[in-house]
Write a protein that binds this ligand. Structure first.
Ligand code: ADP
Length: 270
């Protein structure tokens, strides 16, 4: 499609214009294709639990069920409803992140307070199935939006629990990097991810193993949310992983967003 439009432009306007216009068209087509993919993905993700729910409604209205069966069906219906709620909540979070400008340093957030909450989330999610360590980062503060930082870290920890079999190890570590930057890492000894998937992992709805992710309550949006949050905070998400061995997800923050309590801020007013 792009090629046909391009040849008309060449005849009318010449070389320079051709390049600019063809790039515009390709960009627009790519954006349109992404939008179509996104809508198709959302529709699919919503249709699946809806189909299951309508099957259960049919069952309940047409079959005489015992009390135990009725309770079982209601539990399963509740799970499907929760799945849709999770999806809608992640979609709203993503829309908010994409729609608003990069946050100023809302305020200085205590990393230790953040880590304490992450630890209790991780322990509750794991329900004793994993060894979990969260190293304290005393006195360190990050400039940003606390709820967003918490949501990014919580997504990483949820994934670590979700994709690490029982008995595995999960570590949350803060490291100081040269020049005043810092890195929050969530590391696990879980399933790991084959190299070819890594570049696409933070795309919306990209999953390595769709059925496993859905079974464990995944929406396929978690890492997109993480990536947006860290980029809005001037940082980067990086991923190291090896299939069968485990993964490490790193949130790197620039010096301007990191300080030790009592130190003057490096370039960020908060
Ligand atoms: P999901 O809701 O499916 O977990 P994410 O965007 O959070 O979506 O992650 C995308 C995919 O990346 C997951 O479906 C899973 O295949 C893979 N993944 C994420 N975190 C891990 C991890 N810690 N270990 C192994 N695979 C992971």
């Amino acid at each position: 499609r792009g090629q046909g439009t391009l040849s008309v432009v060449v005849r009318c306007y010449g070389e320079g214009m051709r390049l600019v216009l063809s790039q515009d068209i390709t960009e627009r087509e790519r954006a349109d294709a992404m939008r179509r993919d996104f809508v198709a993905n959302v529709s699919h993700e919503i249709r699946t639990p809806l189909t299951v729910l309508s099957g259960f409604i049919e069952t309940m209205s047409s079959l005489p069920l015992t009390e135990a069966e009725r309770r079982r069906v209601l539990t399963l219906m509740g799970q499907q409803t929760e799945r849709m709620q999770g999806l809608v909540s992640d979609l709203l979070t993503l829309a908010q992140l994409e729609g608003s400008p990069r946050p100023a340093a809302d305020r200085w957030v205590s990393l230790d307070a953040l880590l304490t909450r992450i630890q209790s989330d991780a322990v509750a999610l794991s329900a004793g199935k994993h060894q979990i360590t969260v190293q304290p980062a005393t006195q360190v503060e990050l400039a940003g939006v606390e709820s967003e930082l918490l949501s990014a870290a919580a997504n990483l920890v949820t994934n670590a629990v979700r994709y690490t079999p029982a008995g595995g190890q999960i570590d949350v570590v803060w490291r100081e990097l040269p020049g005043g930057a810092g890195e929050l890492s969530v590391q696990d000894t879980g399933l790991g991810i084959a190299r070819e998937h890594l570049p696409r992992l933070a795309e919306r709805f990209y999953r390595v193993d769709g059925s496993r992710s859905r079974e464990t309550g995944g929406t396929g949006l978690g890492l997109s949310i993480v990536k947006h949050v860290v980029q809005r905070h001037g940082g980067e998400l990086s991923i190291q992983s090896e299939a069968g061995k485990g993964s490490r997800f790193n949130l790197q923050f620039p010096p301007a967003r990191v300080r030790h309590a009592g130190e003057p801020a490096l370039g960020v007013e908060a």
